[in-house]
Ligand binder design. Structure first.
Ligand code: PLP
Length: 359
């Protein structure tokens, strides 16, 4: 990214040598990302991140196909706000009708329940690949197949923002038409993401203008951001298997140590297929604010469900969806990553146990 920020900053739409170099950097990044996701380069639309990609998928689909196919959309109850709030606002404004499919106590969405919610006028189903609060993974291949059996014209979108580098993400294997990614979830720059749109899945653009991204997302491209997105995706994919193994061992170690030290803790989604980097602790009888403050003072950076933009902890819709009572149970999300060491995990577990036992 640095050369592109420092000197090679020409506009990729310019025909001169500098512009052509910037365009070449975008093209190379698109090729790299297509190889990672198993799609064609032309099927990728660069965006400003997960939120924009989710909005483009939902709004773009309903606006393009609504009149022909219907305006009903189906989402799961544990979607990120980028999908949940978008769908709700669309419903409130009369642009769409909405069905929300619940999950079970482990945070798993039943593919048959999704298919059962699909109607003749269902234009889009959006179910996230991996949850950001409890890490549960949904069986998108089965969901896509079940949806198509019910209505062959319904498009399937998945928010895969949490998944890349932590599980295989191949658009053909998942059977989806649309898929969102965000660079900063896999160590790329913030403010850069993409939407995969299967070729032929036309969307109504949400930004009109210069016609960049084949008219699907106008605006001068964020060239360093795109290069950072592609490089980060390539890096996390190249050592995915080793990293999944390392993260799983550390996450299991964290959970084992905390469970051994604090009897009032349970693990969210324990029975489900989960991402290897998220351990979400359900602490009975604890206050999330007190826990977060104690842990922050102890130098442990964890989060309570979903943090809103002000940094305050907001009651999580996911904890409610898995059948817990947020007034009596605190949800503490511990995330591990490439920089996390086994020693840090041991120390964090001890400090978490202390914070829980001596509030
Ligand atoms: N979707 C999921 C599952 C996320 O975890 C996030 C970010 O937290 C987003 C969407 C939004 O992505 P961005 O911050 O790039 O807009």
């Amino acid at each position: 990214m640095l050369p592109l920020l420092r000197s090679a900053w020409a506009n990729p739409s310019s025909g001169h040598a500098g512009g052509r170099a910037a365009r070449a950097a975008i093209d190379a990044s698109r090729d790299r990302l297509a190889a990672v996701l198993g799609c064609e380069p032309r099927e990728l639309i660069f965006t400003s991140g997960g939120t924009e990609s989710d909005n483009l998928a939902l709004r773009g689909t309903v606006q393009r196909w609504g009149a022909e196919r219907g305006r009903h959309i189906v989402i799961s109850a544990i979607e990120h706000e980028a999908v949940l709030a978008t769908a709700m606002v669309m419903a409130e404004c009369g642009e769409a009708t909405l069905s929300v499919v619940e999950c079970d106590g482990s945070g798993v969405v039943d593919p048959e329940a999704v298919a059962a919610a699909v109607r003749d006028d269902t234009v889009l189903v959006s179910v996230m690949l991996a949850n950001n609060e409890i890490g549960t993974v949904q069986d998108l291949a089965t969901i896509s197949a079940a949806v198509r059996r019910r209505n062959a014209r319904t498009l399937v979108h998945t928010d895969a923002v949490q998944a890349l580098g932590r599980m295989p993400v191949n658009v053909a294997d998942l059977g989806v038409d649309l898929l969102s990614l965000s660079a900063h979830k896999f160590y790329g720059p913030k403010g850069s993401g993409l939407l995969y749109a299967r070729w032929g899945t036309h969307l109504r653009p949400q930004a009109e203008g210069g016609g960049q991204e084949r008219g699907r997302r106008s605006g001068t491209e964020n060239v360093p951001g795109i290069v950072g997105l592609a490089t980060a995706a390539h890096l996390v994919e190249s050592d995915r298997t080793i990293e999944i193994d390392r993260l799983t061992r550390m996450r299991d170690q964290l959970e084992t140590l905390v469970l051994a030290g604090a009897p009032n803790v349970r693990i969210a989604g324990l029975a489900a297929n989960r991402l290897p980097n998220i351990a979400t602790l359900l602490v009975d009888g604890a206050s999330i604010d007190a826990l977060l403050t104690a842990l922050d003072l102890a130098g442990v950076e964890v989060s309570g469900g979903s943090a809103c933009s002000s940094g305050a902890v907001r009651e999580s819709h996911v904890i409610v969806a898995i059948g817990e009572n947020p007034r009596t149970t605190a949800m503490l999300r511990c995330s591990l990553g490439r920089m996390t060491t086994a020693n840090e995990v041991t120390q964090a577990a001890a400090r978490i146990v202390t914070a829980i036992k001596f509030p």
